[in-house]
Design a protein around this ligand. Structure first.
Ligand code: PHE
Ligand code: ZN
Length: 888
């Protein structure tokens, strides 16, 4: 494990002195002593700074080095702090390096490791240096030929590219040779060897070639890859149609594994996936899992062009591939949804995730621009900011230039940089030049951290029939950063008249109105727009579709919010208005609880309940849309609306409000449970999924209000449901509401689900979100006992994320207990996991970083927990960076 404490700065980038044109890798795969023989053809670069050829290495045992076929002399190279440096490579040179590694002891899951006795690799960002010495940086692109030698039990031997040869060695072991014709950085290298079954299909490409598609899984899962294969074909087709981008390989492979730190990995031609983003059938995957699989399969496939064909020059440019690919994935997922109202649900969910996870990141100790300026551990920068805010920044190009303009810009970028490593500036410049635009100010989105605020004031002059919109942007000053500058912000707006209709928008000086939604392009601190011919009382609908990743402030009265929630033609903004109303209502409960510790006397205001009921019963709105907007804002979303976070108070307010809503709208909810129950065999389909979502939303309000019929129905869906969406939906309601039947349900599911890792994760996650019941074991203790359960393994990242990360991030008052027992568990698990998997411990540790925002009784204990961890010696560089930034 590395203990590097050095900070890397973007400004220090230097081009490498040498290229590696080809690399030939031979692996003798043995679980505890694999031998790797690497032969590189190294070529000095024109204009290089020196003749030193620098390679990285970590946890390697060096066996031998040959230079141009001759055993090397020790004065030809030096070994120093994880680096192997050849002093003088002035000519094209063949260097052979033999190393020995121990995949079996690799619990970091970076480099070559074992998963259920199968060999798997993970090389992004810096895992390749744990396989062999190599210039392990993304701007060194080589052509790979890979030979695998493996025990004869290994049924499947895979690497990137095309299969050149395979067979049996004289000693009975097996071999396979793979060649990848595309030059690639080492982080895209992959190998897989072991016992897998395969689901195969073919696809005709738009260049008349046929590609072989393969999905490899552990035996027993062969029938769970139908959905993933379907998604893969859709993704390939979509990239052809939308962007004219064709699969460039004869064969495209996906491998699923249960031991993976992240979601999935885009290795060229050989994507490796966390099993939860591949496997699906009615017994293991919920409606949301089906949708997530579609997105992740799309994401990794789209990387083939945006990431693999054009990669990143250095890791500071990570958002170049990730922001862009998340945007492409979102557009794909949205295009796969038929109706407008289904598409908007996807957008609402994405924006909610951004607001509840990226906004707090951007205002906390880990705040960084989408293109960071420094890091001490790159693995800590696979963040919501780089990915999701990065995607919003990419989306703004499309908002400014339209789909066609964006497509032109993307084509130009790929044309310029195909086969090479590029920067965020390169992308922006290609977009600007393809669209004849000046995007120099837009560059600030890449360098400025923090969520910009735009406050908006409007004024209607009834006699002049003018409506003026004044915007003022303000960006938070962050320590160590230059004074923030005004950004270029495309703000989509519409105007409703007093009948709730969109009016045609005509700016002063324009001969005619231009549409009913328009994009105002902000580029100064304060700006004013004047609309003319506005003859009835107008109301601004601001930031339609979330056109920019900013916080919009506009003083709206409750009545205006109700009006927008009922009438806005932009369904995204209707949801926004309703969410604001919900937060106002919850706030009232919070105030009441603060005064009386009992909110039972309070009821949400009439207008809110009436709007709720109207939306709930509005058959013109899809069930999916109604389910999404009528769900109470998540506790994390409420945290964002509060100055000081009081987890217990917020949970109590939510419970009280749910109860009131459940009592009041009982009949409507009962009706929805009945009419939204889907009959017949399970099928994933966004419309049916929407009905199931509305059914469970209604049920959760009924159960919260203590409705006995609701409780009975919860039990029924669990017992009789023919799909996991129903069973899990019912189980989570029971556990989260602390229903007496919950333990029986949990016992039953642990028996029925024990052999399915994916179901065990769900079982753990449900319990991480449990509510303590008076007189019974507190949830913290329950979590501790689950950690001792044979079904839980602390070595498995999915288990850790499902149980511990969920508990730390979303357990609310169950985690933030006044006796500090939650934080004690946090300390113990973070340190324990750090001793073998720093990437996971660092991600887990981030759950306390916003400690400053909590009520003092909690924040002082949170601080102490962070400080305690930071005082330990031998922390990984990953964890050290997180805890030190959090407390300093
Ligand atoms: N590059 C992967 C993706 O976003 C994520 C990943 C990063 C996976 C690092 C593993 C390790 O698609
Ligand atoms: Zn990605």
């Amino acid at each position: 494990m590395s203990n590097r404490q050095t900070v890397v700065y973007r400004k220090d980038y230097k081009a490498p002195n040498h290229d590696v044109e080809t690399i030939n890798l031979v692996f003798d795969l043995i679980p505890d002593r694999t031998i790797v023989t690497s032969t590189m053809h190294v070529v000095p670069r024109e204009g290089r700074e020196s003749d030193e050829f620098e390679l990285n290495g970590e946890s390697l045992q060096l066996v031998s080095i040959k230079i141009n076929g001759q055993p090397s002399l020790t004065n030809q190279y030096a070994m120093n702090a994880g680096k192997l440096i050849f002093h003088s490579i002035k000519e094209p040179t063949d260097i052979e390096i033999v190393t020995r590694i121990n995949p079996k002891a690799n619990l970091e899951l970076s480099g070559l490791y074992l998963s259920n006795n199968n060999f798997i690799t993970q090389c992004e960002a810096e895992g390749f240096r744990r396989i062999t010495y190599f210039p392990n940086r993304p701007d060194v692109l080589a052509k790979y030929t890979v030979t695998l030698h493996a025990p004869k039990e290994c049924k499947v031997l895979l690497s990137n590219g095309n299969l050149v040869d395979q067979g049996v060695l004289p000693d009975g072991r097996k071999y396979a040779i793979w060649h990848d014709p595309f030059p690639k950085p080492s982080y895209l290298f992959a190998l897989v060897a072991g016992n897998f079954t395969v689901n195969e299909d073919k696809i005709e490409l738009n260049n008349d070639k046929t590609a072989l598609l393969q999905i490899y899984t552990e035996p027993g899962n062969e029938n769970k890859t139908v959905h993933a294969m379907d998604c893969l074909k859709k993704a390939i087709r979509w990239d052809e149609v939308r962007y004219g981008l064709t699969l460039d390989l004869e064969r495209f492979m996906i491998v699923a594994t249960n031991d993976f730190n992240m979601g999935a990995m885009e290795n060229k031609g050989l994507n490796i996936f966390n099993a939860k983003y591949v496997l699906a059938d009615d017994g293991v995957a919920t409606d949301s899992d089906y949708a997530a699989i579609e997105s992740v399969i799309g994401h990794e496939y789209f990387h083939n062009w945006t990431g693999d064909r054009v990669t990143c020059r250095d890791w500071f440019q990570l958002s170049l591939k990730e922001g862009l690919t998340v945007f492409r994935e979102q557009e794909f997922a949205s295009d796969m949804l038929g109706s407008e109202s289904a598409k908007v649900v996807k957008r609402i969910k994405d924006v909610r995730a951004l607001r509840t996870a990226q906004f707090p990141e951007d205002s906390g100790p880990m705040a960084h621009p989408i293109r960071p300026d420094s890091y001490s551990e790159i693995n800590n920068f696979y963040t919501m900011t780089v990915y999701e805010k990065g995607a919003e920044v990419v989306r703004m190009y499309q908002t400014m230039f339209g789909k066609e303009g964006f497509k032109k810009g993307l084509a130009e970028y790929l044309r310029r940089y195909d086969g090479s490593a590029a920067t965020c500036d390169d992308f922006r410049t290609a977009m600007a030049e393809a669209n004849d635009a000046d995007l120099s100010q837009f560059a600030l989105w890449y360098s400025q951290a923090g969520t910009p605020r735009v406050s908006v004031k409007t004024q209607w002059d009834e006699s002049k029939k003018t409506f003026t919109i004044t915007t003022r942007q303000s960006n938070r000053t962050l320590p160590g950063q230059p004074k923030p500058q005004p950004l270029m912000i495309p703000l989509a707006v519409g105007v409703l008249n007093d009948k709730g209709e969109d009016i045609p928008l005509q700016l002063e000086g324009e001969p005619l109105p231009v549409g009913t939604t328009r994009v105002l392009l902000l580029n100064q601190d304060v700006q004013t727009w004047t609309l003319v011919n506005v003859d009835r009382r107008p109301l601004l609908s601001l930031g339609r579709g979330f056109s920019a990743p900013v916080i919009c402030d506009m003083d709206l009265t409750r009545d205006q919010l109700v009006f927008l929630a009922k009438n806005d033609s932009d369904l995204f903004n209707r949801a926004e208005a309703f969410e604001k109303l919900s937060i106002l209502a919850i706030d009232a409960f919070i105030q009441e609880l603060r005064k009386t510790q009992n909110a039972n006397s309070l009821s949400p205001m009439e207008a809110y309940l009436a709007t709720f009921e109207e939306i709930l019963n509005d058959e013109r709105l899809s069930p999916a849309y109604r389910a999404e907007i009528l769900k109470l804002p998540s506790e994390q979303a409420i945290y964002e609306s509060q100055i000081i976070i009081e987890p217990a108070l917020i949970r109590a307010a939510c419970q009280a409000m749910q109860k009131k809503i459940g009592q009041r709208l009982k009949t409507s909810f009962e009706d929805k449970v009945k009419t939204c129950t889907t009959e017949g065999i399970y099928k994933y389909d966004p419309d049916l999924a929407g009905k199931r979502a509305l059914k469970f939303l209604s049920l959760s309000y009924l159960v919260a209000s203590g409705n006995p019929k609701g409780v009975q129905q919860t039990r029924n869906f669990f017992e009789k449901g023919n799909n996991i969406t129903d069973k899990l939906g019912a189980l989570s309601i029971a556990v989260h509401s602390g229903l007496p039947i919950r333990q029986e349900m949990l016992n039953k599911s642990s028996i029925a689900w024990a052999t399915e890792p994916l179901l065990i994760n769900k079982w753990l996650e449900v319990q991480a979100l449990a509510t303590s019941v008076h007189g019974e074991m507190p949830v913290v203790n329950k979590i501790r006992s689950l950690m001792m359960d044979p079904l839980f393994s602390i070595k498995n990242p999915n288990n850790v994320y499902s149980l511990l990360r969920t508990f730390f991030a979303k357990g609310g008052p169950e985690f933030h207990t006044l006796d500090g027992s939650g934080y004690q568990l946090w300390i113990e698990t973070v340190l324990n996991i750090d001793s073998f998997n720093p990437q996971v411990s660092a991600r887990l540790a981030r759950t306390l970083e916003n400690w400053r925002r909590y009520e003092p009784r909690l924040s002082s204990m949170m601080y102490k927990a962070l400080r305690y961890v930071s005082q330990q010696k031998n922390l990984s560089a990953d964890l050290r960076e997180i805890v030190d930034k959090a407390i300093n």
